[in-house]
Design a binder for this molecule. Sequence first.
Ligand SMILES: Cc1cc2nc3c(=O)[nH]c(=O)nc-3n(C[C@H](O)[C@H](O)[C@H](O)COP(=O)(O)OP(=O)(O)OC[C@H]3O[C@@H](n4cnc5c(N)ncnc54)[C@H](O)[C@@H]3O)c2cc1C
Length: 405
Amino acid sequence: MDFALPADDDPRRREVRAWLDDHPEPSAADLAAAGYVAPHWPAPYGIDADPIHQLIVDDELRHARVRMPVNPIGIGWAGPTLLFAGSADQQERYLPPILDGSEFWCQLFSEPGSGSDLANLGTRAIRDGDDFVVNGQKIWTSGAHISRFGILLARTDSEAPKHRGISYFICPMDADGIEIRPIGEMTGGHTFNEVFFTDVRIPAINLVGDLHDGWRLAKVTLGNERISLSSGGVLWGNGPTALDVIEAARPVADPLLRQRYAQIYIEHRVLDLIRMRTLTARLKGEQPGAEASVRKLLADQHGQVVMNLARDTIGADGMLTGVEQARGFVPGTDSANLGPDKPESEMTGPSWHDGFLFSAALTVGGGTTEVQRNIIAERVLGLPHDLDVQRGQPWSSVRAGADVP
Ligand SMILES: Cc1cc2nc3c(=O)[nH]c(=O)nc-3n(C[C@H](O)[C@H](O)[C@H](O)COP(=O)(O)OP(=O)(O)OC[C@H]3O[C@@H](n4cnc5c(N)ncnc54)[C@H](O)[C@@H]3O)c2cc1C
């Protein structure tokens, strides 16, 4: 297997560079119009790029230090689901401002009683004339307070088996009856929210796909693999890589610290090989399957180890927030860092300390470590299904990636 990206004179590289010559400081709108924000999306939104082409575009833009629009849930999850199941009108209305980051999106999935077991959700949407009337509560909604729209899962048939009565909506976050309450984090920042729905009217044209087919679409949303192709930082693509931390620490005289640095280097290489395996599978037209869970399991734990080491290395400064020289090494965990208009330096946050605190969330968000282990146990090792002890049935959920029973 050739691990290197195509050479410097590859025509696809030259094409991006020529575009950059014409747009030396491209705006978010320029990048979106060129199809470079999500190159793997079909035209006119992307450029139909295959995985290698996608990595080439990312590589060239990164080298040119181009600032990309920030809209992780919009670009990463909502957009691909709208491409999969949205109407032509929905795609035309919502995709361009998702891509240029001018309309920020959030994800209204988790509820107090349904996180890993997402299909258990209780928020209801009942048809009334041209609207659905929504009542219920969501939790852990990242960025709800700065979002224009949210992707919402709600139960539309309470008689049907739990996986079959769920629908998928585009929810305007300024609708009457929506109350957003902040949840403070141990980083001191504010990303999460509780979102309460009291008789919220959502137009029926905001239903995505077919009525009661939301579970299938939720799987599309959460199965989006783009992030697993990225070689970004250890905090879900943000923050430093292990190599950045090693570089910042050189030379390391302490023999015990040297062992820890050697360990993160090895983990980094292993994760890179898994990434290349996923990429190869995609190039052959295969679905990566449980490899995504293997990578998430390893990458999330690796992120915690790297941030632990980074914080230990900077000594007493590691106990402070706002350490100036460490700027750029942590994710945007505060609402002030998430807005679409913020400059890149502000979006990356103030210190390794924040990154260290945030890293605790890695093994929970997007499916917990235990859930990833269940998938690997069942799909890779062929062990029996996990049992839902309350119901005495095989347990499954979107976040567990299990098939709909
Ligand atoms: C940084 C971050 C951002 C997030 N952003 C969003 C967002 O924007 N929108 C949104 O909808 N949600 C969001 N979430 C919520 C996230 O998806 C849930 O926290 C996650 O799915 C786990 O659900 P839970 O918190 O309800 O935990 P639970 O499902 O209640 O799990 C509690 C514990 O039980 C374990 N457990 C559960 N089921 C099993 C099982 N079958 N076998 C073994 N162990 C099990 C879990 O691993 C965990 O340790 C975010 C979470 C984080 C950390």
